[in-house]
Design a protein around this ligand. Sequence first.
Ligand SMILES: [Zn+2]
Length: 436
Amino acid sequence: MNFAKNVELIVSSPKSGCINVLVPRCLIGNGQDVLGVSTDNEGLCPLQVEWRDGKISSIKGLNDASKVPNEILLPRFAEPHAHLDKAFSWSRAPNLRGSYQEALVANLTDYKLRSQDQLIFSVEKSLNLAYFNGIRAIRSHIDSFGKDAMSDWDLLENIRKKWREKILLQFVALVPLNFWQTYEGKLLAQRVACNGDLLGGVIAPPFNKKETFNSLLNLVQLANRLRCDIDIHIDESQTWPAAGLKLLLEILGQVDNEISITCSHLSSMGLLKEKKISNLANKMAENKLNVVALPLTNSWLLGRKGRSTLIKRPLAPIFQLQKAGVVVSVGGDNVNDSWFPLFNFDPINLMAFSMPIAHLSPWDRLGLSPFTSSASHMLSLQWDGTIQKGSPADFILLDSNSWVKALSERPQRKVVVNGEFLNEMPKRKKINNDSF
Ligand SMILES: [Zn+2]
């Protein structure tokens, strides 16, 4: 029986269905549901999952070893770090050498010249891809320091409303740190806080320690006054290991912080000696800092050295952070722009490419959680992505019976949203026919 046919047969009515699937054991929320059920050596558990009115109504273990299900069920994913506003701008702002500095120059030039139609194109194309690939929520940083920043946010608010049944959107205002001290910065911060969005910024070397300390202190205080969370690009670099993080921890030692702070990238921290990594990771855990590791863009941009291949690459020390109790998720970051030319808002693709870079394994709980439950936690989503009775029927079904095949063979995929199977992805031509 082929995959499509199988899916057709098991759908009994809208928002309801029943399917035999393999589910990662570490994503099963209630151990009672799988008592006595075998788990294969890749951590997959054979289950019958039934749902009604968009919610899981029952989960039963399957114990017939001769009938192993042919599909893997995963929760719809949360993308913890994207840049929807500049996705697919590569043709306008290419960066053929691939360096951080050249990416920044191309980004700034394009940002000044970008039209609102081009912004809409980037965001809509990204959301369409993300939706059909099985993403349910996205936190996106938005360049917000130009003259059109407020009207860009108006436009994004409309897009957020239009998409809210399909993808939950969270925005982070990405600006130079000292922008938050200006009049325009304070206005923007109020708006961001009212929306429940986040304040952002960038700390990357070389920077003036005193000025950066003051700007960051101001940001943390402003965010606390407004009860608004922060997500900053920090230490996306191969030099000055963890210099930005050290400043942040120094500040958090001096202020009462009540908001959630996410450190995106944190790449250069991985270059420190183990003892220093461990000390910093413990302080991060004490301060409840979250981390989004971004292996794809880090591998592409950082540590380039002419025609010699750098073997030691900057990347957030994911295992050591997890060991200290820091929540770490993995994000996709840039898509087809001056910072990273590849990628496509596909969470399975993200796993397949970043797992080898970061030594994460899908059959380990802490290897899978950065892509699933940790990302949901970081975005404060109502559902953490674990599968149990009462959970939303929001799934991806992969036509595969093992992780190795699923991540190697581009299996067919079905996406279930609120209990209903999505139709196929619109034809590629339709999505690409805009020629920005
Ligand atoms: Zn980013």
